[in-house]
Design a protein around this ligand. Structure first.
Ligand code: CTP
Ligand code: MG
Length: 239
């Protein structure tokens, strides 16, 4: 059986402290439009028909660490994360059940991106399998400026060929683990899975995804996310 026939597991890093967002608790636990950010994200993933299980990577002091449960009919495992996002993703990959083969594709999706669309997940899976690995991304639409230390423009950079990396990102389990371990051993902090794969010589495919798959990063993102979650998607809707 291939991973497509077995269905896909998703690793959800949710062990960050949310420093840029601030507040008295990590942003993944902040309630928006009646539900925690993590709750929205898990619901969106678990309701996708191709996803069979989710590993949520939680902070070491999170009460759910080590707990296995069922969420919307899908297996959900909670494992403890690490200092950097890449450490948490690696912990999540280690925490996958043995039924996930080394060559199986695994998705990685930020807990802080609750608006990912089912159609984008489907496109990522389909095109990512053919390409040997892929990520959702969005082409830059604004004019790009390089600034000096005082905030004045030095020059205008070409916008062509520049993309914003989103999640989910999808790679083969063992290849991604080896790439993340290699980056860690070399002392390189990778900000996403694709960066680790690029270092390892892969050329991940960019799959254009919806612009509104935004990440809750600063307090300014909150109002827009709340609008998206309330207006465009009812509970359980993936579109
Ligand atoms: N994350 C994680 N483990 C870490 C750091 C980040 O699991 N050591 C997760 C976050 O919980 C989030 C995702 O990775 O779901 C994306 O990271 P980011 O938006 O940077 O979240 P934080 O690191 O929590 O925020 P900040 O960088 O502002 O502190
Ligand atoms: Mg961070």
């Amino acid at each position: 059986m291939t991973s497509a026939e077995r269905g896909f597991w998703c690793v959800v890093p949710a062990a960050g402290r949310g420093r840029r967002f601030g507040g008295d608790r990590p942003k993944q636990h902040v309630e928006i439009a009646g539900k925690s950010l993590l709750g929205w994200t898990l619901e969106r993933l678990a309701s996708h028909p191709s996803i069979v299980g989710i590993v949520v990577v939680v902070a070491h002091d999170d009460a759910s660490a080590g707990v296995e449960t069922v969420f919307n009919g899908k297996r959900l495992l909670n494992v403890t994360g690490g200092e950097e996002r890449a450490d948490s993703v690696l912990a999540g990959l280690h925490g996958l059940p043995d039924s996930v083969a080394d060559s199986d594709f695994v998705l990685v999706h930020d807990a802080a991106r609750p608006c990912v669309r089912h159609a984008d997940i489907s496109a990522l899976i389909e095109r990512g399998m053919a390409a040997g690995g892929a990520l959702l991304a969005s082409p830059l639409r604004d004019t790009l400026k390089r600034a000096d230390a005082s905030g004045h423009v030095i020059e205008t950079e070409p916008r062509e060929s520049r993309w914003r990396a989103l999640t989910p990102q999808m790679f083969r389990r063992a290849e991604l683990m080896a790439a993340l371990e290699s980056a860690r051993d070399d002392g390189v902090i990778v900000s996403d899975e694709a960066m680790a794969m690029e270092r390892a010589g892969f050329k991940p495919l960019l799959v254009e995804g919806s612009d509104d798959n935004i990440k809750l990063t600063t307090p300014a993102d909150r109002a827009f996310l709340e609008y998206l979650l309330k207006r465009k998607w009812g509970v359980g809707s993936g579109e």
